[in-house]
Ligand binder design. Structure first.
Ligand code: ADP
Length: 629
């Protein structure tokens, strides 16, 4: 059973990979300065964050729990004036501390704002670069690549995967750096303020680390499993929504519903498992961080009791306050790290998929020393061409399913050749090879006595006009569809071309004429109209060689007439190979090639071939005879 998704869409169970991370981070290289600034701001933020507990410590020890005042207050001989003086100092000091705290908060907000902004900008820029690179890369791939990679999967790379990577760069990596910095800074501050107390406060750390390691193991599994399940649901749903007509036609709704229910439940259960993991993990870590607070208080309590005074120098009330706050700042990031690890893993998987795609070198590219093709005379030679779509079967010596076998023919400049044969005989494949969409495994194809591999791809394809059975139109205006980005074409020339292939009549009747908006894939035009536009497009780009796959679909007789006339004009003054379905095209051809199971069975003109009483005659009687009327 096919699951409708692809193995490499799943997230592999992998761990942190430094090599991938380095490659990922290399995208931030052009923004190195911003990245450095962002990291600097993060460090500043961690430091600012930890000043608060220190200020509070100072406030408590100096002004709230002022030892001098306490001494005065307990001293019966002290006069009220002295006490008041000390109190005034306390009030001033406290005000200063509060003001400092306020300033600190504002400072923190400003730094955080700049930092978030900077990192987001870097993230977006990296994503932009990466998408551009990926799109450009996909564009340069041969059609064989598109055969192997469903469009949905490629789209997923360009959209979702890159989005995930971006989120990680912004959310994951930066957050992890920030967490690490915070941990280090807090540790430093703790040790600086009171190293004995610091050691006490950190006692629960090994337990937290152990819990995190165990949690990570379970959470990672559930996390990947849940993602995998949602990927399957999405793929399955996509298939069933696109195939809705079949589902409804065959009354498969109930079955589809049950199947969806099953998949949906599996996904829900996986998430519930994950929720349970979190439900155990967070309270456990919470417990250990509270334990740290308890230990701080316990330790100080014992010290106070033993020394009989808090001013023993071992710990002050302010220090207790500061440590409780610091401990919180210390355990928060540790708690978050386990969670962030998941994010990181997901981005690792996404980046691995993107990089794998980026690393597939285009199989068909310009060979070293290839030359810009001059305007072709139009002589074509197929010389002992063997071709199979399944490339691997050729190289690994397994039984190869040859689609073209030993094809040899010669076309004179300006000659019109019609190719006929049953469906699957390999006719379209001939055209695909001519434009080097695929490469033959044996033999050679030459244009004007030069192997087509000697020409630069672009210059070769520019001169071969291929019109497919189902012409592809992009969403946009009719004008844009004829122009296809060629700014050199004037509007006048576009009108001329349309008129030449009889497309002007219907175009001008459309609302807006040449500015009429064609729907996606030309949805709001009839097949015949789409063909005429495709003809105009081909004429406008004036190829030296025309490769036409005539449409088989029925169009109304008026359009049929227009198309027939247009085809005749298209063929004028250029070499052409037409996969013919119209009797008129076949009759007008200088030569007919009859293909059968990838081989050339017969060649000759219409009369000759009919007289031969072979495959052509059978085909003629099956397919074309009725067109004579
Ligand atoms: P025709 O145009 O004569 O109908 P084609 O050249 O389209 O025949 O196809 C010849 C054979 O090649 C068919 O068996 C078809 O299944 C196979 N084929 C066509 N295109 C592909 C492709 N992209 N990948 C694999 N096989 C293909």
């Amino acid at each position: 059973m096919t699951e409708g998704y692809h193995i490499d869409d799943e997230l592999p169970q992998r761990s942190y990979d430094g090599r991938l991370m380095r490659r990922l981070l290399s995208y931030t290289r052009p923004y190195r300065n911003s990245m450095l600034a962002a990291t600097g701001l993060l460090l500043l933020l961690s430091v600012l964050n930890n000043i608060t507990p220190l200020l509070i410590m100072r406030a408590v020890d100096r002004y709230i729990n002022n030892p001098a005042r306490a001494l005065l207050e307990t001293d019966n001989t002290a006069d009220a004036e002295a006490i008041n003086a000390v109190m005034a100092v306390d009030a001033r000091g406290l005000t200063l501390v509060v003001a400092a705290l306020g300033a600190l908060m504002i400072g923190q907000a400003v730094v955080r704002y700049s930092q978030v902004l900077l990192v987001s900008v870097i993230g977006q820029k990296c994503m932009y670069d990466m998408r551009l690179e990926l799109f450009n890369h996909i564009q340069r791939q041969p059609l064989r690549f598109i055969d192997r990679n469903p469009v949905g999967r490629l789209l997923n790379r360009i959209t979702n995967d890159i989005e995930k990577i971006q989120q990680t760069i912004v959310g994951g990596v930066v957050a992890v750096i920030s967490d690490m910095l915070t941990i280090v800074v807090v540790l430093f501050v703790m040790l600086y303020v009171n190293w004995q107390l610091a050691l006490v406060a950190l006692c629960p750390v090994p337990f937290i680390l152990a819990t995190s390691v165990i949690f990570r193991k379970y959470a990672q599994h559930s996390f990947l499993e849940a993602r995998r399940k949602i990927a399957r649901i999405t793929a399955w749903m996509q298939e069933h929504i696109s195939g809705m007509a079949i589902v409804q036609l065959f009354g498969r709704e109930a079955f589809a519903y049950q199947e969806f229910k099953r998949r949906n439940a599996a996904h829900r259960d996986e998430w519930l498992r994950q929720v349970r993991n979190f439900a155990v993990y967070f309270p456990t870590v919470e417990f250990f961080s509270s334990l740290s607070t308890a230990l701080i208080i316990l330790y100080c309590g014992v010290i106070f009791m033993m020394t009989g005074a808090e001013q023993s120098g071992l710990a002050s009330v302010g220090t207790i306050f500061a440590f409780i706050l610091l401990a919180e700042r210390f355990f928060g990031p540790i708690r978050a790290l386990a969670d962030r690890y998941n994010l990181l893993l997901e981005a690792m998987a996404a980046s691995e998929r993107v990089f794998t795609l980026l690393d597939t070198a285009p199989e068909i590219q310009d060979l070293p020393g290839s030359l810009e093709a001059p305007r072709f005379e139009g002589m074509i030679d197929f010389d002992g061409v063997w071709f199979a779509y399944d490339e691997e079967s050729v190289s690994n010596g397994k039984e190869t399913q040859w689609i073209l076998r030993d094809i040899t023919f010669h076309v004179q400049p300006g000659e019109h050749v019609a190719v006929v044969g049953h469906t699957g005989a390999g006719k379209s494949t001939l055209l695909n090879l001519l434009a080097r969409f695929y490469e033959c495994q044996q033999g050679a194809i030459r244009i004007d006595n030069r192997d087509i591999r000697d020409y630069q791809l672009r210059s070769l394809r520019k001169q071969i006009g291929i019109v497919l059975q189902e012409p592809f139109l992009f969403s946009g205006t009719i004008e844009a569809n004829i122009r296809l980005g060629n700014a050199a074409l004037t509007m006048e020339r576009i009108r001329e071309c349309a008129a030449y292939v009889n497309a002007d009549g219907f175009i001008e009747r459309m609302p807006g004429g040449y500015q009429y908006h064609v729907g996606e894939r030309g949805g709001n035009l009839s097949t015949g109209q789409r063909q005429l536009i495709a003809f105009a497009r081909t004429i406008a780009h004036d190829p030296a060689i025309l490769a036409l796959d005539e449409a088989t679909s029925n169009v109304d007789s008026e359009t049929e007439h227009l198309i027939q006339k247009a085809v005749e004009k298209l063929l004028r003054s250029r070499t052409s190979i037409v996969i013919a379905h119209r009797l008129s095209t076949i009759r007008n051809a200088d030569r007919i090639i009859v293909m059968h199971h990838g081989r050339i069975r017969e060649t000759g003109d219409h009369e000759e071939l009919l007289a031969r009483n072979g495959l052509y005659r059978t085909l003629y009687e099956l397919q074309y005879a009725e067109q004579t009327g």
